[in-house]
Unconditional design. Structure first.
Length: 446
């Protein structure tokens, strides 16, 4: 049976290699038309890429399941012998001629393995690859039963336990930073000019005027050429620091023997925690100390309060007009999930959900041709819309990274590891008038 299972694993790994090549081929077809890392990806390419990644994930899961089942088949093929329970009940050496031998636990195997030493020597940076520790089911069972024999625990004679692991969230939170195009920087400070005003005095100018530059030309020698009126722009220099957002948590090193669970921990909690703080800084940062100057606290941002005669979606559309009147094309909206719920539940006169139809056709959350992000980082009852990527730019000095260390504090004594997630970002609001802070007003039917 073991040979058959090994053959199956080899077959799955062969399929995995084929799918990985397809993923790489599709990724290589993405084009950088700007030379600045702004990739152009078609809808078909994106769909094919996601489909291949899903197949890779499924095959990896099958391989992990086959490898986990292999020791069980080895155990079942072994010759029958004294049960572990018999050895436990036999007592120490000298009682009924038997001696209980405590087998190594999975942790002991892991700490004695080459995989552990390789991870430790590499500073625990190779978390993306799985490390397998070979240990027979017979040994693990002996250790577990011996542990359960103390106190008031019950030893089950039939059946076997199943570890369901950690369940990952199905839905990732919406992120405000997704509205910004990716811009990389190698600096730790951004200097920029913010336009604080513009007065246009453009008008028709006659070819000749009187000497006072106002009256019509007289046809005499004192006439002058018409002078163009002077317009005025005002600018103010600003600087935006690159801030470091980070947090950490401790875990026992034994979690490292379960790479999928540890990865889920890193992706789900640590990375999402950094991203949520990034969104909070983008919206609400006060610009004091190591904080971004968030859009809500940037002078010059427009404000709009909705009318009670308008539904929520109509209030958003009227706010967008303010951005258009400032000569900007708004391309994104940020709302609280409860407010997005109200928008999606708006009905027409026939009882149909208006927004749901447009989303079903477009495939992404949009209102009035603007991409929408619903996030708890936004205060309920308020919204923000504007020209993301033009009126404000987000800079990545270092994308979100996760590191693991055993050298922090007394980790070695406590068999603990410290997991740290961090990013370095900066934001420059160059045209605050392109953004509109909106306040929803409860709809009152006429």
């Amino acid at each position: 049976m073991t040979t058959k299972e090994s053959s199956r694993i080899r077959e799955l790994k062969s399929h995995l290699a084929t799918k990985a090549e397809e993923v790489e081929r599709i990724a290589n077809s993405f084009r950088d038309e700007t030379g600045q890392g702004h990739m152009v990806i078609t809808t078909e390419q994106a769909a094919a890429y996601r489909a291949r990644l899903a197949e890779v994930k499924d095959i990896r899961g099958l391989i992990a399941a086959e490898e986990e089942a292999a020791p069980a088949f080895d155990y079942l093929n072994q010759a029958n012998g004294p049960s572990i329970g018999t050895q436990v009940n036999a007592g120490p050496e000298g009682q009924r001629g038997r001696r209980l031998v405590e087998a190594k636990s999975l942790s002991d195997h892991f700490l004695d393995s080459d995989a552990w030493r390789e991870m430790k020597d590499g500073g625990f940076r190779r978390l993306g690859s799985a490390h397998t520790i070979e240990s027979s089911v017979h040994e693990m069972e002996a250790k577990d039963i011996f542990t359960l024999s103390g106190g008031q625990h019950t030893i089950f004679g039939f059946g076997q336990p199943e570890n369901l692991g950690m369940q990952e969230r199905m839905l990732r939170p919406g992120r405000v930073r997704d509205l910004f195009p990716a811009v990389r920087t190698t600096s730790n400070m951004i200097y920029y000019m913010r336009q604080t005003g513009f007065t246009s005095n453009a008008r028709p100018v006659p070819e000749r005027v009187a000497a006072d530059d106002v009256s019509p030309a007289t046809g005499g020698p004192t006439d002058r050429f018409g002078r163009a009126p002077r317009s005025k722009s005002s600018f103010k220099p600003f600087r935006a620091p690159i801030i470091n957002i980070r947090h950490m948590q401790d875990a026992h090193k034994n979690v490292l023997d379960d790479e999928p669970q540890l990865r889920d921990l890193l992706d789900r909690d640590m990375v999402d925690g950094v991203k949520m703080e990034e969104d909070f800084q983008i919206l609400w940062g006060d610009g004091d100390g190591d904080n971004l100057e968030g859009i809500f606290n940037t002078p010059g941002v427009q404000e709009y309060t909705g009318l009670s005669s308008d539904r929520a979606s109509a209030q958003i559309r009227r706010a967008a007009t303010r951005s258009l009147l400032a000569w900007f094309n708004p391309n994104g909206i940020v709302v609280h999930p409860y407010d997005w719920e109200n928008i999606e539940l708006e009905q027409d006169k026939q009882g149909g959900y208006v927004v749901a139809v447009s989303i079903a056709l477009g495939g992404e959350k949009q209102v009035w041709r603007m991409k929408l992000i619903d996030t708890s980082a936004m205060a309920q009852g308020q919204f923000l819309l504007g020209s993301f990527g033009y009126g404000a730019k987000l800079f990545d000095r270092a994308e979100t990274t996760v590191s693991v260390s055993t050298e922090n504090s007394d980790n070695a004594e406590r068999s603990a590891v410290t997991i740290i997630a961090e990013s370095r970002v900066g934001m420059a609001v160059t045209r605050p008038e392109s953004f509109v802070i909106g306040k929803f007003t409860d709809y009152v039917a006429a």
